[in-house]
Design a binder for this molecule. Structure first.
Ligand code: ADP
Length: 330
């Protein structure tokens, strides 16, 4: 018998990000307004394989707009790296009678969505990751909140660094993408910003600090993307702090911000972006023969792109902003 009623699934996958709930709410409410039923899949692809689902109605997504994390829970699902896992995922989608699936996550989650799409399941990706590392989109849901969290925390460190004439070396998230360090570094006046996209040496940092010391500056903020201290051969961030102190004579302390960057109330920008993206995702799945797409921001506007094509794209690092930071942090 032909299925007349339309039904879509929604899941969050990979690292959680503030604003994911706003996207879940937008998808749910927009779909229901079009008489499309919505099945929430808990714990990402793991939950899809386990058929761990919850039917979402208008009120199931009440009071989540302002909450960080994801009410659908998230996970990393190793089974999805195997062909058998993908086939089982597609089988689950058919069993659950889904006409399409909304996947909120990062590049990894979109690879999972792409694999499902090649098994005949239309998938729409919504970029949700604090790292801003989805190549086809200028912004991802969660990034703005994370940057603002880092700024608040670094401002606090600045108070104490200034009072003691110290240098604070701060590790922030962004293992493969330096956007958090870059944006927060500009906003916090960091004297040096260490990101995976730009090579850096201890000599460069020390030279910059000595130049600014000669102008009377006595306290410093240095932001380091997670993993860069190691990849640049400094060891850990605390080890980098020891080297800076030894070479400059400025008392230097290391702070690793860690998981506090993931949580918190999503900013206005995040909530608006998530709402717009969620509604676009549903519009795409509401089409007669929906295709797999990624919803993205390009030139400040919401667009949608072919999923396969979007995953081949690359986005250049904002070297102009990096150079601006270097020029004015003196
Ligand atoms: P993010 O989506 O935030 O980038 P991950 O890279 O951890 O997070 O990916 C989340 C999940 O997406 C993985 O645990 C896995 O289940 C699925 N996934 C990632 N890469 C692939 C891939 N190449 N093929 C299929 N599934 C993948």
């Amino acid at each position: 018998m032909e299925q007349t009623e339309k039904r879509i699934g929604i899941l969050t996958s990979g690292g959680d990000a503030p604003g994911m709930n706003a996207a879940i709410r937008a998808v749910t409410r927009s779909a229901l307004s079009k008489q499309i039923k919505v099945l929430g899949i808990r714990h990402g692809f793991t939950g899809l394989l386990a058929r761990d689902t919850v039917s979402l109605d208008l009120r199931s997504v009440s009071d989540i707009l302002h909450r960080g994390g994801t009410v659908l829970y998230t996970s990393r699902c190793p089974a999805f790296y195997q062909e058998t896992g993908i086939r089982e995922g597609a089988r689950a989608c058919r069993e659950l009678k889904l006409n399409g699936l909304v996947v909120i996550g990062g590049d990894g989650s979109f690879r999972g969505a792409q694999a499902l799409s090649h098994q005949g399941i239309p998938c729409i990706g919504i970029p949700g990751t604090i790292d801003n590392d989805v190549a086809c989109s200028e912004y991802t849901i969660g990034f703005d909140t994370a940057v603002n969290t880092v700024i608040q925390l670094v401002d606090r460190l600045r108070d104490t660094s200034q009072s003691h004439d110290r240098c604070s070396v701060v590790e922030v998230m962004g293992r493969h993408c330096g956007d958090i360090a870059l944006q927060a570094g500009v906003a916090c006046g960091a004297v040096a910003i260490l990101v995976p996209e730009v090579p850096c040496s201890i000599e460069m940092i020390v030279e910059k600090m000595q130049r600014t010391l000669r102008t009377g500056k006595r306290h410093f903020i240095i932001l380091v993307s997670e993993g860069v201290a190691k990849s640049e051969g400094f060891g850990s961030v605390p080890e980098l702090a020891v080297q800076i102190q030894a070479r400059t004579g400025v008392e230097t302390r290391a702070t690793v911000l860690g998981y506090v960057q993931r949580g918190g109330t999503p900013t206005a920008r995040e909530r608006v972006l998530a709402s717009e993206m969620g509604v676009r995702a549903v519009a795409l799945l509401a089409q007669t023969n929906p295709r797999s797409r990624i919803v993205a921001v390009q030139h400040g506007r919401i667009v949608d792109l072919d999923l396969d094509e979007a995953l081949t794209m690359s986005r250049p690092f904002n070297k102009t902003l990096y150079d601006i930071a270097d020029e004015i942090s003196i």
